[in-house]
Design a protein around this ligand. Structure first.
Ligand SMILES: Cc1cc2nc3c(=O)[nH]c(=O)nc-3n(C[C@H](O)[C@H](O)[C@H](O)COP(=O)(O)OP(=O)(O)OC[C@H]3O[C@@H](n4cnc5c(N)ncnc54)[C@H](O)[C@@H]3O)c2cc1C
Length: 508
């Protein structure tokens, strides 16, 4: 789920035809031409009687080789195509300041991200329903997953035999090309991982996109396997329709603020304030007001929800070649990670919910009540212990053995600063002890896997030593406080912030 602020406007008028695009007046103004923004621009402008403006701070990058190359990390990071956010000092993690990447171009973060194509699970989506969104369910989302997807399969017999997927949950004609190329070859390393994984009692998952992602699996990559280029949102959704006369993209154009008009109250859908349009700075430096006749949609990305990764640098394999050829992911449940201790651990977490909820509510300055936090935490705990969903994940090929807590309980917040391009991001890593405990268990399992003789053999002679943390810093029998201290000094984000904030301004 991505984060989009959506400001609903009163329908002041309904255009019969798209208005002339040089009038700076549009039915819909989409602020942020990123991953979500490009999809919205495509879908809304499909109706020729609706005029749409797409406002994006960065440029188009269709021919930029740093974007095109199917790399999980790197070439665009720290460049002008990256907002280069930093967090505020992380008080639970040695006051470390962490770098946060976010795409700054048409296509947004999909032009710089890791290209992993994985969906949420049936139970995760189901928990959104339980929190008051009954229309959201796996069954209601699946048609859209399929509609957007174009699964490409290897054509070479060797690679084709290795592709592992369940055809009924995939789409084959959508705009987003994903899949595996003819270089697909998990090879000796993949075999060794799978054998070791299963010998520890964990499962192989034929397809992690069916709504159940538990187990070791191959994941599709968001790339055009014929052209061998990244398949970002701009390429999928904006490029094919950029010639539509009713769609106007303002690139290199920064939105300053939404122009609001109306009464004093803007709390809830019945409030009185109406968004009239958006003030932007054009590439020339000139300020311009874009008037909206129907809705202003803010899809400028998010960094306001939790994410956690502690990322020691196991140097096991080179990045890019292995990533395309051996895209393996493994996820584990609480039952996998805690084994015989599961009941004790579960009882403790349920007991901790009231105090965790107080901590989270206080950290939000009461913006989210203790009761609401309790509800959210209870839903999470039920997912962990009653639905048995995966709570931790590995990607074995990207960094050799990266791992993270997929559903952390620590909760992020973000505030504006005097510099609009530099919001104050506070992920609150390690705010709640639960996340640290899960992380420790993920490490313990990883050590068992990577030290298995078959895996060591597959990795070759240069990869047999654990570089970080290393057994001298964190011995095999290290206590949780020892692990905690390592995490505090070594954690890094995976930049998968999710969240939602729907601001209703005016009635619809
Ligand atoms: C390094 C990294 C790796 C990731 N790897 C993966 C992965 O492998 N698989 C996966 O599924 N997800 C991955 N993600 C997460 C995923 O890419 C994001 O969740 C998703 O792209 C966010 O989409 P969005 O539309 O919410 O925001 P974005 O795509 O970030 O779009 C926001 C857009 O708004 C624009 N904007 C912001 N402010 C303004 C303004 N004032 N005026 C005009 N425009 C503005 C930005 O320039 C940007 O284009 C990764 C994220 C990162 C950072």
């Amino acid at each position: 789920m991505t984060f989009s602020w959506i400001l609903y406007l009163s329908a002041l008028s309904t255009a019969a035809y798209a208005s002339p695009l040089n009038s700076f007046e549009y039915d819909y103004i989409i602020v942020g031409g990123g991953t979500a923004g490009c999809v919205l621009a495509n879908r809304l402008s499909a109706n020729p009687s609706i005029s749409v403006a797409l406002v994006e701070a960065g440029p188009t990058v269709f021919n930029d080789s740093r974007v095109l190359i199917p790399s999980p990390a790197g070439p665009t990071w720290g460049t002008e195509l990256d907002w280069n956010y930093t967090t505020i000092p992380q008080i639970y993690a040695n006051n470390s300041i962490l770098q946060y990447h976010a795409g700054r171009d048409v296509g947004g973060t999909s032009t710089i991200n890791g290209m992993v194509y994985l969906r949420p699970t049936v139970d995760e989506v189901g928990s959104w329903s339980a929190l008051g969104n009954p229309e959201l369910s796996w069954d209601s989302l699946l048609p859209y997953f399929k509609k957007s997807e174009h699964l490409q399969l290897p054509t070479a017999p060797n690679a084709s035999a290795k592709a592992s997927y369940e055809a009924s949950v995939h789409g084959f004609v959508g705009p987003v090309k994903v899949g595996w190329g003819n270089d697909l070859n998990p090879g000796e390393y993949g075999q060794a991982l799978n054998t070791t994984w299963q010998s520890l009692g964990f499962s192989w998952n034929r397809d992690p996109n069916t709504g159940n992602n538990t187990g070791l699996a191959l994941f599709p990559i968001e790339k055009d396997t014929v052209l061998q280029i990244r398949q970002d949102s701009a390429r999928s959704y904006y490029l094919p329709v950029m010639g539509r006369p009713n769609l106007h993209a303002f690139t290199n154009t920064t939105a300053l603020n939404v122009n609001l008009d109306g009464g004093k109250s803007h709390h809830g859908p019945q409030g009185l304030v109406v968004a009239k349009g958006v003030n932007v700075v054009l590439p020339s430096g000139k300020k311009q007001f874009l008037r909206s006749k129907q809705e202003v949609i803010l899809s400028t990305g998010t960094y306001r929800t939790p994410g956690a990764i502690y990322n020691p640098s196991f140097t096991l394999e080179s990045l890019t070649p292995s990533y395309n050829a051996k895209p393996m992911t493994g996820t584990l449940t609480a039952a996998d990670l805690f084994g015989d201790e599961l009941d004790t651990v579960a009882a403790q977490l349920y007991k901790d919910i009231p105090s965790y909820a107080r901590t989270l509510s206080e950290a939000s300055n009461g913006a989210i009540s203790i009761q609401a936090q309790e509800q959210i935490l209870l839903a999470r705990a039920n997912l962990f212990f009653k639905k048995n969903i995966a709570i931790g994940q590995y990607t074995f090929q990207i960094y050799g053995g990266n791992r993270w807590v997929t559903l952390p309980l620590s909760t992020e917040n973000v505030h504006s600063s005097s510099d609009p391009a530099k919001p104050l991001l506070n992920p609150n890593f390690m705010q709640l002890p639960w996340d640290t405990l899960v992380m420790q268990r993920l490490f313990l399992v990883l050590r068992r896997i990577l030290s298995a003789p078959s895996v060591q053999h597959a990795l070759g002679p240069n990869a047999t030593t654990e570089l970080s943390p290393g057994y001298s810093l964190v011995p095999a029998d290290a206590s949780l406080p020892q692990w905690t201290s390592f995490f505090q000094s070594a954690l890094a984000p995976t930049w998968h912030a999710v969240g939602s904030a729907v601001v209703y301004v005016g009635s619809r």
